[in-house]
Design a protein around this ligand. Structure first.
Ligand code: ZN
Length: 152
């Protein structure tokens, strides 16, 4: 595939997620935890909501809300599709993998599914913080802190 074709595909997927974000809007159900993220370099704001099982080990659903550039919003949308019916530990592993990918490290892209298309971001260092914003919410997710935040 030529570079321009790849660019076109990349743009189409980003635009589709940006215009039709998946799992957009918070449920604020019991058992859900919200993490607010802000990227000052671009102005992106994202709130990630994890709906966990009673044991707080499995992610039943991930939702988000936010405003910002198309890469930050599309990336969050792709992440919510991936973080569904998997363990919190597995989600953290995938978030690590995603972060390594956009930093230009050689990783197995298959587990990232659609989100693997954001590998291109490694060529645009200024956009790395946009792409990783939502994923950092899960990467740094600490149950104790999230519970506290919810109760405050
Ligand atoms: Zn951005």
């Amino acid at each position: 595939m030529g570079l321009s074709r790849l660019n076109q595909l990349y743009r189409q997927v980003i635009m589709d997620h940006n215009e039709h974000p998946r799992n957009f809007g918070l449920t604020q159900e019991g058992g859900s935890f919200s993490i607010e993220m802000f990227n000052p370099s671009c102005g992106d704001e994202i709130t990630v909501e994890l709906v966990l099982n009673d044991e707080r080990t499995m992610i039943q659903a991930t939702r988000f809300e936010g405003v910002g550039c198309s890469i930050s919003q599309a990336s969050a949308s792709m992440m919510t599709e991936l973080f569904h019916g998997i363990s919190l530990e597995e989600a953290k592993h995938l978030a690590d993998l995603f972060s390594q990918m956009v930093l230009g490290q050689a990783v197995d892209l298959a587990p990232l599914k659609d989100a693997a298309i954001l590998e291109t971001v490694k060529n645009f260092p200024a956009r790395i913080d946009c792409a990783t914003l939502a994923w950092k919410a899960v990467q740094n997710f600490e149950l104790d802190e999230a519970v506290k935040r919810k109760e405050s």
